[in-house]
Design a protein around this ligand. Structure first.
Ligand SMILES: [Zn+2]
Length: 323
């Protein structure tokens, strides 16, 4: 497994923060929102940060919990700054689940405060076995994109079962049963992924994306992963990064490159124009898609707002573009 990283990145003010805020404001009316339930319906109130974490908690909690995800589709968690509504939702939650390993880079101090204030706050990534995690750009960093490896994501099931059971002990058996079903379904997803990805020949297994979000995917499924930006979108790509990427794509005859739903496509569009290599599609790196879209596999429709739909979408786009 070889990871190529371009090191000459320009440190600067992140350009996406403003657009994320605008997108979020536009979403407040009807993108899920972070409001607490209007009345006590007997369910426990749980807040999750990313769309993937919210989906996992919903799958395991079933009808015992009202789960609110703070970040919507297309939202970049690296740059996400919590809004007053989010803070009030977290303040009313029995349980807060976040992805962790500094993915939610602007929320660290707030999550710590929530924990100090007595909320049960659980990080998925920080609860995983350290030896299964990938080092980041610097020695003290860990790559936070662990959901790219389906079996590693599946290890989060027991973390969520335990967290829900901690705040709702009467539901332990129900959470455990649902957790077993989710684990089995993720095992089937992994088996499907491996079989589907066999269509891509070894020489064409190069995944070129905007930011370095597919390291775990590459390790699990045998792809060389190359990105213009590092593991966080907080550091913007500089001219030298783009030039290196253009040279790399030409030298290695990369069949297609990819844009990401939560990152501006500008740089990858430029690489595509300058190299003549097509954009193979839009991948969901750090956020799922919406519930209005679905990925159909063997006649079964998977909403792209779910982890299953997100991964099936990504794998189908990768196979179609690189096979
Ligand atoms: Zn990321």
């Amino acid at each position: 497994m070889h990871f190529l990283r371009f090191l000459s990145r320009r440190r600067g003010v992140p350009g996406l923060a403003g657009s994320v805020a605008v997108l979020w404001m536009a979403c407040l009316g009807g993108c899920g929102g972070s409001q607490k339930p209007a009345q006590d319906d007997g369910r426990i109130f749980v807040v999750a940060t990313t769309t993937m974490a919210a989906d996992l908690v919903r799958e395991i909690a079933g009808d015992r919990a009202h789960v609110v995800g703070l970040m919507g589709p297309g939202i970049d968690p690296h740059m996400y700054r919590p809004l007053p509504n989010d803070i009030s939702a977290m303040g009313g939650a029995r349980l807060i689940v976040y992805s962790g390993l500094h993915l939610e880079g602007k929320m660290g101090s707030l999550l710590e405060k929530m924990s100090r204030d007595g909320r049960h706050v659980v990080s998925l990534g920080d609860s995983l076995p350290k030896e299964k995690l990938i080092s980041g750009d610097n020695a003290d960093e860990i790559d936070p994109h662990f959901w790219g490896d389906i079996l590693l994501w599946s290890e989060c099931v027991s973390i969520v079962v335990e967290a829900l059971s901690h705040v709702d002990p009467d539901g332990r058996d129900a959470y455990s049963l649902r957790g077993d079903a989710v684990r089995a379904s993720l095992g089937e997803l992994d088996t499907w992924a491996r079989a589907r990805l066999e269509a891509v020949p070894a020489a064409r297994r190069i995944l070129v994306t905007s930011h370095d979000a597919f390291g775990y995917f590459g390790r699990a499924y045998g792809f060389e992963v190359v990105a213009v930006q590092g593991i966080s979108t907080a550091t913007e790509a500089g001219l030298a990064d783009v030039t290196h990427m253009i040279d790399f794509v030409k030298e290695r005859s990369v069949p297609a490159i990819f844009v990401e739903s939560s990152v501006s496509p500008a740089i990858m569009n430029r690489v595509s124009t300058d190299t003549g290599v097509k954009i193979g599609g839009e991948l969901f790196s750090d956020a799922t898609g919406t519930s209005e879209e679905s990925e159909v596999v063997d006649g079964v429709s998977w909403p792209k707002s779910s982890y299953q739909g997100m991964m099936r979408h990504n794998i189908n786009r990768i196979v179609e573009a690189l096979q």
